[in-house]
Design a protein around this ligand. Structure first.
Ligand SMILES: [Zn+2]
Ligand SMILES: [Zn+2]
Length: 104
């Protein structure tokens, strides 16, 4: 017996490809501007584009909250299903700008 034949079995257990679906929207895929609701797939892309509604600067400002089914204005409590919808309405209580601003 000069030759030792060793058979390597595949030790890897079968991976479930579908397990990725469990992550769903926990992994935030999109970034939004808190001033106008513009959507971008990267923060860099978002903040390098100009924003017409940002009272503090020329570019979109990142909305740092999570994606929600409903967004609430942090100054007056108005609700909207999108940031775009919320920020396109004027707010009488926002000290920094004319429009509603989403709470985090
Ligand atoms: Zn914007
Ligand atoms: Zn408001």
């Amino acid at each position: 017996m000069a030759l030792k034949r060793i058979t390597f079995e595949k030790t890897g257990k079968p991976k479930t490809v579908t397990s990725r679906q469990n992550f769903k929207t926990n992994n935030m895929a999109n970034f939004y501007c808190k001033c106008c609701g513009s959507k971008n797939s990267s923060i860099a892309g978002l903040t390098s584009s100009s924003c017409s509604k940002n009272p503090e600067g020329k570019h979109h400002a990142l909305y740092e909250g999570s994606e929600k089914s409903q967004y609430v204005c942090k100054y007056c409590g108005s609700k909207n299903s999108t940031i775009t919808g919320l920020t396109s309405s004027s707010c009488s209580k926002n000290p920094n700008g004319k429009h509603h601003s989403p709470a985090m």
